[in-house]
Design a protein around this ligand. Structure first.
Ligand code: CA
Length: 415
């Protein structure tokens, strides 16, 4: 049974970046999001080349497995094309791109995926991420070193372990066949959405805005409302149960929607490229501003070591914080106790009038007073009024005042 996807694609440069390095393709059978990287130049080129090359695989396929094989081949081919481009344009060394692509075959989507763009399925009110992020922090989560919540705010969360680019001739690409049902909404997005808008918010938008275009526009707006520090690209495909092929013309969005002009732009950009960027273009880029692809296992080791140091630092800071809090509590308790010990009162101890140091109150089992001095005055020798007063205790502001009270009681007792 063939159904018509009602779909929309939106790509926005965001509020901080100078150029849009994302590309998207909304085709008849095929849907692609690619998020380019590569410092000052190259990211827009990489996603453009990859999206254009992979879009050539937008055909009807006989089986989902055929489509998976074709997508896999298209991604590998795009990877080769990126390496060739870098060979011809050395200044683009280190450019790369994520790709998340799904091709519709009947009741299935064939998926090919590399990087940290995402494919989500929204079904019966529930949002499910269908792809795994190929990020450094995702590896830390899988190995139990950090929680997903910590990963979401980790300073190295932009570090990518796998992308298409000029680094690896045969990058590892995730593939899958996913079932499709009428009523589903399928969302493809770059991390400019998923990195800044919560899944709860995405769920709410997909659950309330009925048209694909309206929901896609709203998701991009949510990212803009969160400051949109990154490019943001959203593809939304609604699955209904009508028959026939999609009638709408395929469109590109983002970098792939414009002519490729990297040679020209590079002339402008070359002066601001530093020598270190040419040597290690990915490592030299600021962590929150660009994706990374580790060039060697030793780089990965460096990242793991850095994370370990961060974890130790966090534990030490936590320990110091707890220690300071405990010290403050002890100090407050000690000062409070000292304050109580500057007070006196007159009461009864073993039937005789006595001077107590401290206050009458106690904290649980801990008494805040002790006998300072007992006297020879028997309480029973006191007139009724004074006896009642002593039994109820008479407070004194100082030891001297307490001694005066004792003198008066002594007189009253006739001693
Ligand atoms: Ca991005």
């Amino acid at each position: 049974m063939a159904t018509i996807p009602t779909s929309a694609a939106v790509s926005h440069v965001g509020k901080v970046r100078a150029s849009n390095q994302d590309s998207g393709y909304l085709g008849r059978h095929l849907f692609i999001v690619a998020d380019g990287m590569g410092g000052h130049a190259g990211g827009d080129v990489a996603s453009h080349i990859a999206a254009q090359r992979i879009a050539e695989a937008d055909h009807p396929y006989a089986t989902p497995d055929d489509a998976v094989a074709a997508l896999h081949e298209a991604l590998i081919s795009a990877n080769g094309l990126l390496a060739e481009t870098v060979f011809d344009h050395n200044e683009l060394t280190g450019m790369g791109t994520t790709v998340s692509a799904i091709a519709r075959v009947g009741d299935s989507f064939a998926l090919a995926h590399i990087g940290d763009s995402r494919v989500y399925r929204f079904r019966a009110g529930e949002l499910t991420q269908m792809t795994t992020d190929h990020t450094f922090v995702q590896r830390l989560v899988e190995s139990g070193r950090i929680t997903p919540e910590e990963a979401a705010v980790h300073p190295r969360r932009a570090v990518l372990m796998r992308v298409l680019g000029d680094v690896d001739a045969s990058p590892e690409i995730d593939t899958a066949v996913l079932d499709v049902k009428p009523g589903d909404r399928w969302l493809l997005c770059s991390d400019g959405l998923s990195g800044y808008v919560t899944e709860d918010k995405i769920t709410q938008v997909l659950g309330t805005i009925r048209t694909a275009q309206g929901a896609a526009d709203r998701l991009v707006k949510e990212s803009l409302d969160h400051g949109a520090p990154d490019n943001v690209t959203v593809l939304l495909i609604d699955i209904d149960d009508s028959e026939g092929a999609s009638g709408s013309a395929p469109i590109f969005v983002g970098s792939a929607a414009h002519p490729l002009t990297f040679g020209q732009e590079e002339e402008v950009r070359r002066p601001i490229r530093l020598p270190t960027l040419l040597l290690h273009p990915l490592k030299a880029a600021p962590p929150e501003d660009a994706h990374f692809e580790p060039e060697s296992e030793s780089y990965l080791d460096e990242l793991i070591e850095e994370d370990r140091r961060r974890a130790i630092r966090r534990r030490v800071l936590w320990g110091v914080g707890v220690g300071l809090a405990a010290a403050a509590i002890v100090l407050a308790g000690w000062l409070g106790y000292r304050w109580t010990q500057m007070h006196y009162f007159v009461g009864v101890s073993d039937g005789n009038v006595a001077i107590f140091q401290g206050v009458q109150q106690s904290i649980g089992p801990i008494s805040l007073s002790s006998v300072y001095q007992t006297t020879a005055i028997a309480v029973d020798d006191l007139p009724a009024y004074q006896r009642d007063a002593v039994e109820a205790t008479i407070s004194a502001d100082s030891l001297k005042q307490a001694l005066n009270i004792v003198d008066r009681l002594s007189a009253a007792a006739g001693n």
